[in-house]
Design a protein around this ligand. Structure first.
Ligand code: AMP
Length: 479
């Protein structure tokens, strides 16, 4: 991630690199082939975590080959690309960064070859000490081809490789600070590692003839693997022909998993740290109904990530649920369109009201978040045009007031509507009859009800209290 240290929204500020990604690792028993194909299917099911580029690196035990390109998984890979890539170990990656930084150089996995052997790395997360580490590496002769913080990880592993892979990885992991879910591959083994706070998710699955590591359990389902468990915060898992070896690096720190994984980012059919994502969304909707109920005729949700909370709100309030909004599946992401005008136009093309569900009715509409306010503003317009009598907006996350430095794509502070306006002012600005956000306590109670053992969440984007100091927040250098 690039930080420019500005607190206003200049072109430079909005030009920073955000990364949200999905990672996969496959290890099949020796003699098996087809890791590339399994990796393809697993990556395809993580497409929601990144649509900018896709890549797969495969080892046949002696040699690492890879292919990566800009585009969606099925655009980057087809049978003629996959068939010639043989091997029983693979790592894959999908990248989601802003279009200003859409360069093939940033695509992953990063692969390096030295006389000691090859290494491939897929990383989801953001390193907060990237600038210092990069400088350190440059002083000792390293050169960089990308703007990605993930490149420092492979450079450090490469530099330490002579100590052995296990040591090289632990030394590297002790240097890097921030969020990371890593899949690392050598010619002989697959390694998974999760940052000490467990900010980004990573899980382990078992197939008939091997192992799978992935950002989300929906990728395990896609390849017929069974979810064994989540990789623990601060855990390294090494998979080779002797089986699975697990150990913990560094000191134990409090777990702080990103709440946005449950709110928006993860797929509803995934289970993260024992919590089924759809269940979490249903419960957040129920809490929202309890905290800010309103008299209405129908509850609708903003597709796709608002639907679970809308169903939960409807069930808890007794107000009938209806489709209400239709999403055009073939349109790109309005969220990262480069200008506000483009973002607003995209929302109109992307989302439309179902008149028969809302005409003449008092509507409660649930979305997972308000970031800039673009979607809410446009949707209220669309619903009123379709004849809605009243529109009550309910949000299944607390107000997003602070940028994320740990891997979720949020704009700089000046663009976050909740950082400068109160709930009442936002309600007026978006043109709703009423507006309410879930409370932080309410949201955490919804999750704890599902898996008390999974306690500990990062609330940085709601409270400004981050799991560790972030460069953009230090000494007034705010983005
Ligand atoms: P906004 O329109 O700027 O208020 O953004 C809120 C909408 O964007 C909601 O409908 C969310 O589902 C969606 N959203 C929230 N966070 C993200 C993200 N990091 N990337 C893409 N879309 C997002």
């Amino acid at each position: 991630m690039l930080y420019n240290g500005k607190n206003d929204c200049t072109a430079e500020c909005s030009d920073k690199l955000h990364e949200e990604c999905g990672v996969v690792g496959i290890y099949l028993n020796k003699g098996a082939d087809g890791a590339a194909k399994l990796c393809y299917y697993a990556l395809h099911s993580l497409q929601h975590r990144g649509q900018e580029s896709a890549g797969i690196a495969v080892s046949d035990g002696t040699n690492i080959e890879y292919h990566k390109a800009m585009g969606l998984v099925p655009e980057v890979f087809n049978a003629s690309v996959l068939q010639p890539i043989h091997g029983h170990i693979a790592v894959g990656h999908v990248l989601y960064s802003t279009s200003q930084h859409a360069h093939i150089e940033n695509a992953q996995p990063f692969v390096t070859r030295s006389k000691l052997g090859g290494i491939a790395v897929s990383h989801n997360g953001n390193l907060v000490n990237y600038e210092q580490l990069k400088e350190l590496l440059e002083e000792t002769g390293s050169t960089f081809v990308s703007e990605s913080d993930s490149e420092v990880i492979i450079k450090f592993i490469g530099k330490n490789y002579k100590k052995g892979m296990e040591r090289a990885l632990t030394d590297t992991i002790q240097m890097i600070k921030g969020s990371f879910a890593l899949c690392v591959m050598t010619e002989k083994c697959l390694i998974g590692a999760r940052d000490p706070q467990g900010i980004r998710p990573l899980c382990l699955g078992k197939t008939e003839n091997g192992w799978v590591i992935a950002s989300e359990s929906c990728a395990l389902d896609a390849v017929g693997a069974e979810l064994v468990r989540d990789i623990r915060p601060g855990e390294i898992v090494i998979i080779n022909e002797d089986g699975v070896l697990s150990f913990e690096f560094g000191e134990r720190t409090a777990k702080q998993t990103c709440l946005f994984e449950y709110i928006y980012f993860a797929r509803p059919d995934s289970i993260i740290d024992g919590i089924p994502v759809q269940e979490a969304r249903l419960r957040m909707g129920a809490v929202l109904a309890k905290e800010s109920g309103v008299e209405a005729d129908v509850v609708i949700g903003v597709p796709d990530s608002g639907l679970g909370a809308a169903m939960g709100y409807s069930a808890a309030s007794g107000i009938p649920y209806a489709m209400g909004i239709v999403k055009n599946k073939y349109i790109g992401r309005s969220f990262i369109a480069p200008t506000q005008d483009a973002r607003e136009k995209t929302v109109f093309v992307k989302l439309n009201a179902l008149k028969s569900d809302v005409n003449g009715k008092r509507v409660v509409i649930i979305d997972d978040s308000i970031v800039r306010g673009t979607t809410a503003h446009r949707l209220i317009d669309v619903l009123r045009r379709a004849g809605a009598k009243e529109v009550h907006f309910r949000i299944s996350s607390p107000p997003v007031k602070f940028p994320c430095y740990f891997g979720i794509d949020t704009p700089c502070r000046a663009d976050l509507i909740s950082s400068s306006l109160t709930e009442k002012q936002i309600c007026k600005k978006i043109g709703a009859d009423s507006l309410a956000f879930i409370s932080i306590e309410g949201m955490i109670s919804a999750l704890q009800g599902l898996c008390p053992a999974s306690d500990g969440y990062c609330t940085g984007c709601f409270t400004g209290k981050y799991p560790m100091p972030a460069p953009g927040e230090l000494s007034g250098k705010r983005i």
